[in-house]
Design a protein around this ligand. Structure first.
Ligand code: PGU
Length: 406
């Protein structure tokens, strides 16, 4: 018999969003008529703009004929796609051959774990997007969970709370090899200022840390004083790679398209460019982003496509305003939800799962318990604003009626 992979066995329970889906299904089984509203998973609901879907169709029609049929795509993305990402997302600050087009940011987050050996120490913001910790554990870079703290040993959890403005302290970073940072943050909705990011880049340069910077929500930043990319900070190319996504910007959660930037100047201790090894990883366990997705992506990264994407994001930003006002009217304190699609609610001493269950049972709202994002998330709840405007308005009414401080 094949022995079980003990690193996967270490993972405490199923993936957070799978657990929530399970509880939702159980509730629906007992209450088949309940009108559930999801403020849970950050999944988009608004249709993809026409300019993009027309490009999907045109590409599909090419696949339909022998004269225009194409097979495998270039491993790192179409040349034009890499150029357009460099131009539209980085204003030319990054060169196209530093852009690696992918089937989404989460998939790159998983593959990045192959890039870093099992003997390196990973640092995460606590709370953070569960894929960072989960993929770290699965690839043998941690020990078991410590029962008392709820943390996996060997992973450095950097508390992000209202007390430190959700910013890990620079002095806590010593000993970390690879640091995951996310801004606008999932789940807290916090956005790094230029000054805060400058400090992380400076510490990373000093302690030779590689930063993995996740910008899945950068389209929600509507004030240029907050950096949309870590490469707005001088010296970041020597210490950071960055992952981006079409999911939230253009409604591509199901289409699947993203990218990772690996600058040529970023090197391992022995001088090997990280980019060389990333090319090895990508050519070995990956076969490029779908031709349909890339055709749509090219249309998205035109002036007209970008304008349409901005409108989509505006829709969700309006939703998050509605939710924030409702939560604030209950007397509960909340964070984020300004340059981000997520609200991070302080439950005033109530536990995350307790409030999750209460809102599910009494208000028929699906949310995400803060503890699911890490131990420092206990006592918080995340609400996502990706629903339809009608659903969000109804959710706001239910919140005003049913949510309250302890
Ligand atoms: N990075 C962050 C910080 C995210 O929150 C998400 C999605 C992704 C990457 C994934 O981007 P893709 O390009 O679509 O792969 N987070 C959502 C969805 C849950 C999930 O499992 O990905 C969320 O609700 O947190």
């Amino acid at each position: 018999m094949v022995k079980r992979n003990q690193d996967i066995a270490k993972l405490q329970s199923s993936y957070l969003f799978a657990e929530i889906a399970k509880r939702k299904q159980e509730f629906l089984k007992e209450n088949p008529d309940a009108q559930l509203i999801s403020l849970g998973i950050g999944d988009t609901t608004q249709p993809i703009p026409d300019i993009i879907t027309k490009a999907f169709i045109a590409e599909a029609n090419k696949l339909n004929r022998s004269e225009t049929y194409t097979g495998y795509e270039p491993s790192f993305g179409r040349e034009e796609m890499r150029e357009r990402i460099a131009e539209k997302m980085y204003n030319g600050a990054i060169s196209p051959d530093e852009v690696f087009v992918s089937d989404g940011s989460k998939c790159d987050i998983g593959r990045l774990q192959i890039l870093f050996g099992s003997n390196c120490t990973i640092g995460v913001q606590d709370p953070s997007y569960p894929a960072y910790v989960g993929s770290t554990v699965m690839t043998g870079k941690s020990g078991h969970t410590d029962k008392e703290s709820g943390q996996y040993t060997g992973i450095r959890y950097l508390p992000c709370t209202p007390d430190n403005d959700f910013c890990p302290k620079a002095e806590d970073l010593q000993g970390v090899d690879v640091l995951y940072l996310c801004s606008p943050n999932n789940p807290t909705g916090q956005v790094f200022t230029k000054k805060q990011l400058e400090e992380y880049v400076s510490v990373a340069r000093k302690h030779k840390i590689i930063i993995v910077y996740d910008t899945a929500y950068s389209a929600f930043i509507r004030d240029a004083k907050f950096p949309s990319s870590i490469y707005e900070i001088e010296g970041a190319k020597e210490v950071a790679l960055e992952t981006g996504s079409f999911s939230k910007f253009f409604g591509f959660t199901g289409v699947r398209l993203g990218w990772t930037v690996v600058p040529k100047a970023l090197c391992f201790e022995d001088g090997t460019p990280v980019r060389d090894d990333w090319m090895k990883v990508m050519t070995t366990v990956y076969n490029a982003a779908s031709n349909l997705a890339q055709a749509g992506g090219l249309a998205a990264l035109t002036d007209e496509g970008m304008q349409a994407g901005k409108k989509l994001v505006d829709y969700y930003l309006h939703n998050v305003d509605t939710l924030r006002e409702a939560v604030e009217s209950t007397g509960l304190k909340c964070y984020g939800g300004v340059h981000a699609p997520y609200l991070w609610i302080d439950l005033d001493g109530q536990s995350s799962w307790e409030m999750f269950d209460k809102l599910l049972q009494e208000a028929h709202l699906v949310t995400t318990p803060g503890i699911g994002f890490g131990p420092s998330g206990e006592g918080f709840l995340r609400m996502s604003a990706f629903g339809t405007q009608e659903a969000i308005q109804e959710a706001a009414r239910r919140i005003t009626r049913l949510m309250q401080p302890a």
